[in-house]
Design a protein around this ligand. Structure first.
Ligand code: C5P
Length: 227
């Protein structure tokens, strides 16, 4: 079998990563969550550079970039790689709403995108990869053999994210999650550098009315058609 590159893009909380992880496991491919990379950089900046109210100095952010080391370490029991920021496992901390609130502003900075895109391209250079994010099919791997663009209604997405956070024991309001999903969608699709959009050759699919198993079957079939 030949190995291919699979790019999965879409709005926040469309369930991209759940499907992508399952697909990667099934195919024996590497899975990379690029959102985790932007989140980890944001966490670093929140700790080192941000001042009160989440304001930040763009130049200071750029000066700190060389001190950020990101890596994914495969966790056998989870079946995918967890993200490490300068050797600290931050997989859990990067999912907090506080990080979600700032990540889209940080991710709009071209110097950061340039650094992370380079690392992502390096991770995918031997193919056999499933990568999810916002610009994978348009910028990171424009030549990917399979591109999927996932959508679902805003309310559905906010509900999913809310359930996930609740499940983890976060004390959080649905309205706050909904607002964050809307804010990120807006910032991610209107930024100047690599805005979120569907690649012309991406297969679009709305999973509002599909359960995980149905989504997985569909994606697996699309992949097998290309392999
Ligand atoms: O995928 P996730 O929701 O964890 O991504 C968090 C944020 O990281 C997005 O809202 C977006 O601002 C940014 N991101 C990006 N490009 C990617 C992946 C994520 O700008 N490829």
């Amino acid at each position: 079998d030949k190995k291919i590159t699979i790019a999965i893009d879409g709005f926040s909380s469309t369930g991209k990563s759940t499907v992508a992880k399952k697909l990667a496991r099934e195919l024996g491919y590497v899975y990379v969550d690029t959102g985790a990379m932007y989140r980890a950089v944001t966490l670093y900046m929140m700790r080192k550079v941000f001042v009160a109210d989440g304001n930040f100095d763009r130049e200071a952010i750029i000066r700190h970039l060389p001190f950020i080391n990101l890596k994914f370490v495969f966790n056998n029991s989870l079946g995918y790689g967890e993200i490490y920021l300068n050797n600290e496992n931050v997989e859990k901390e990067i999912r907090y709403l506080d990080v979600s609130k700032h990540v889209s502003q940080v991710a709009a900075i071209p110097e950061i995108r340039k650094m992370l895109v380079k690392q992502q391209q390096e991770m995918g250079k031997n193919k056999g990869i499933v990568m999810d994010g916002r610009d994978i099919g348009t910028v990171v791997f424009p030549g990917a053999e399979l591109k999927i663009f996932m959508t679902a209604s805003t309310e559905q997405r906010a509900k999913r994210r809310y359930d996930e956070l609740k499940e983890r024991g976060d004390n959080i309001e649905y309205e706050a999650v909904l607002k964050n999903v809307k804010d990120r969608d807006f910032l991610d699709s209107t930024r100047e550098d690599s805005p979120l959009r569907k690649a012309v050759d991406a297969v679009e699919f709305d999973n509002s009315r599909m359960n995980l198993e149905e989504q997985f079957e569909k994606v697996l079939k699309l992949a097998n058609d290309k392999i």
